[in-house]
Design a protein around this ligand. Structure first.
Ligand code: NAG
Ligand code: NAG
Ligand code: NAG
Ligand code: NAG
Length: 293
């Protein structure tokens, strides 16, 4: 995550403040699940339109498949609302062709509306009622990391130090375990939630092999629960977990470090680059065909 300008900085601060207010969740982690109907309803409260192009963009923001600053589409966060017909062999190619035809010069609401239309028309049947996992943004993840550090008694100074020197994160294994549990990506009882992982990390590319991952996970036999999760995450899921210095040292008393977290081969939101896109689609296809959790 690159944060360069003060604008980013303030949006982070505002984001943190807003998050503290609006995230009302039950259950044993901070994950949020939302359906198309529930976000449409939410967006209707903010915008003076319903079912217009800007409502679609609003849904994209809340479901995390759209972000104006990046201008990229989060395929994984979007495709989970669409169910391809099992007989349809061409839906990926059709969707891809459709996405590529959307002019990037179009104004943001129009652009997102066209992307979503591609999924609706070409990918599969839209499911408006089922609530799905909403991936965390890097800002939310940073907040979760700080909560976990506080829970585990890791001082902000030691995190700052680790970030500055690219050194070892104090209690890294337990910090990562807490970080994963609070995101609903791991639990002692259920293990890793691979589908949510895929969503959170924006896909793993064509190297994604859930069967091999399960075998690898079953093979890790550390007695200590922190070391076990850490090893599974690093060796089986190739998780990247790092803390970086907050870019503005005048404000690092508010946000001591930021967290960098992604899995395997691809980053959270992908660029609309054809080969990456193709790989993502293929990986998505393999996953839905093989994984039953
Ligand atoms: C919504 O927009 C319409 C016309 O575009 C306007 O007449 C109406 O007052 C607006 N309502 C609100 C609540 O802003
Ligand atoms: C999809 O497109 C790729 C590349 O253009 C092609 O190799 C592949 O055969 C197509 N798949 C189907 C099912 O048409
Ligand atoms: C929504 O965007 C499409 C282009 O994607 C445009 O043709 C249409 O007029 C827009 N609708 C509204 C209500 O602005
Ligand atoms: C399991 O661990 C053993 C050694 O501890 C190793 O030889 C083997 O390749 C591992 N299997 C998998 C699937 O990772």
């Amino acid at each position: 995550m690159q944060l360069k300008t003060p604008v980013h900085l303030y949006s982070i601060l505002i984001g943190l403040l807003l998050l503290a207010e609006c995230e009302c969740t039950v259950g044993r982690h901070s994950s949020i699940f939302k359906s198309i109907l529930s976000t449409n309803d939410e967006c209707g409260r903010y915008l003076n339109e319903s079912n217009g192009n800007c409502s679609v963009r609003c849904r994209g923001l809340l479901h995390r498949f759209w972000d104006d600053q990046r201008g990229n589409l989060g395929y994984y966060a979007l495709k989970q609302f669409y169910q391809p017909d099992p007989e349809d062999k061409c839906y990926l190619n059709r969707t891809m062709r459709c996405l590529k035809q959307v002019p990037v010069s179009d104004e943001s609401c129009q652009r997102v509306a066209q992307y979503v239309r591609c999924y609706k028309d070409q990918y599969g049947e839209e499911n408006t009622a089922t609530a799905r996992f909403i991936p965390f943004t890097p800002i939310q993840q940073t907040r979760i990391l700080m909560e976990c550090a506080a829970i585990l008694g890791i001082s902000e100074d030691s995190l700052r130090e680790a970030a500055k020197n690219s050194g070892e994160i104090p209690q890294e294994a337990c910090l990562l375990r807490c970080f994963l549990i609070r995101q609903g990506l791991y639990s002692e009882a259920g293990g890793f939630e691979l589908e949510r992982f895929e969503l959170q990390c924006g896909g793993y590319g064509s190297g994604w092999n859930p069967v091999a991952i399960q075998q690898c996970i079953a093979n890790v036999t550390d007695c200590d629960s922190c070391t076990k999760v850490h090893r599974m995450a690093k060796t089986c899921l190739q998780l990247h977990f790092k803390v970086l210095p907050f870019p503005n040292s005048n404000l690092d008393n508010l946000i001591p470090v930021i967290v960098e977290f992604y899995g395997g081969l691809l980053n959270f939101l992908l660029t609309l680059e054809p080969t990456a896109l193709q790989n993502t689609f293929l990986a998505g296809f393999t996953l839905s065909a093989q994984v039953t959790i």
